[in-house]
Structure formats: C-alpha cells, structure tokens
Design a protein around this ligand. Sequence first.
Ligand SMILES: Nc1ncnc2c1ncn2[C@@H]1O[C@H](COP(=O)(O)OP(=O)(O)OP(=O)(O)O)[C@@H](O)[C@H]1O
Ligand SMILES: [Mg+2]
Length: 196
Amino acid sequence: MITYRYAEGQTPLDEDDIHGLIPNIVTQKDLDTFEQENILMAREWLMNSSTLRKIDISEAFIIHLHKQMFRNVWKWAGKFRHSNKNIGVDYFNIPTQLRQLVKNAHYWIENQTYGTSDLAIIFHPRLVKIHPFSNGNGRHARLMADAICAKYGGQRLTWGSKNNNLKPEVTRKQYISALHQADKGNDIPLIEFAQS
Ligand SMILES: Nc1ncnc2c1ncn2[C@@H]1O[C@H](COP(=O)(O)OP(=O)(O)OP(=O)(O)O)[C@@H](O)[C@H]1O
Ligand SMILES: [Mg+2]
C-alpha cells in the first residue's frame, strides 16, 4: 500500500481512485516514475507532426490527452471523476462546464480576443478549475496549454522553469498564487509565470 504524499495544491486520491492503479508498485517514488514515463511518451506523441494536425480544442481531445498521459498507470485515465474533490466543480457538472469552456475558447479564436500564447495560458486555469479527472489535472491542463501553443503557433511555455536558481517549492507557490489570481479574474500573473 502506497503512502501518498501531496505537494501544495494537489488533489488527494480517494479509495476508488487508488483501486484504479495498474502497475504493481509500493512506493510514491515508483508511482511518480511511472507517471513521468507515461507523460513523456504522451508528450512525444503530442509533438509528433501527425498528432499536431489532429490537436483541437474539444472535449474529445481533452479526454484523449489525459488518456495518453496516464493510460499505463491509472485505469481511469481519460475518464471523468465520479466524486467531488477539494478543488473543482461538482462532478455531475463536468460535461456542461467543459462544453462551455470549449465554446468560449472557439469564440476567443474566432474573434481574436487574445494572442495565441495568452489564449493557451488563459485556457489552463479554467480547465484545471473544472478538474475533470481524479488526478493529473494540473499536468494535463498544462500540457493542454502547450498543445494549443504548438498547434496555433504560440511561444513554447516554460511554466517557471527558466530560472533554475529557484527551489521547486518557491516556483510551486508562485504557480498556485497565480492560479488564485486567475480565479479572481486577473490572468496577468499566470501569463507571466507560464512564460518565465
Ligand atoms: N487553489 C487553486 N485554485 C485553482 N487551481 C488549483 C488550486 N490549487 C491547485 N490547483 C490546480 O490543481 C492541480 C492539482 O490537481 P491534481 O493533483 O489533479 O493535478 P496533478 O497533475 O496531479 O498535480 P501537479 O500539478 O502537482 O502535477 C494543480 O497543479 C493546480 O493546477
Ligand atoms: Mg495530483
């Protein structure tokens, strides 16, 4: 049985989620490694030219991306959660909220409301706020923003990794604080953070 450790702002797993673990592993470190390897494969798949052509801002693609990122680790990869978490909308509202977000993004694109990188970054907190899946929402919604940039020609996002003098905890604090501000309607700190 793994003792799960959670960094600031992570969603704890419930019993049902834990039963969906595919590999036979016992430590958090192994779990992290399995997840990282799967995500690396997903990133390679995503940035492949044939996938790049298929990227689109749709519920189907959002689900498919989560499946690609976690399919070797969690049985519920690519499936919406069935319980409420400390973050996120009520689970039964996930499909309608996601539909609305996708519609908004298409409206922003058609009306050129934002530049590409800004649009991709602004999509991120709105997706992570819905919190469609039991876990992996942060990494998934960051990769979804990367996908939007790659598809529509935005700058590559760095998510606070440019300054490697900063401790990971400091960068994490900046990220969570920027998300809080985005929740309150100020997207600027996250736009800056994602490109720093
Ligand atoms: N107060 C908050 N407001 C909005 N979003 C938040 C808040 N706290 C956390 N989040 C988001 O939720 C994510 C954590 O959810 P979850 O554990 O499902 O994702 P994860 O990919 O496993 O986490 P991580 O980002 O640490 O890799 C954070 O990465 C962040 O994006
Ligand atoms: Mg998590």
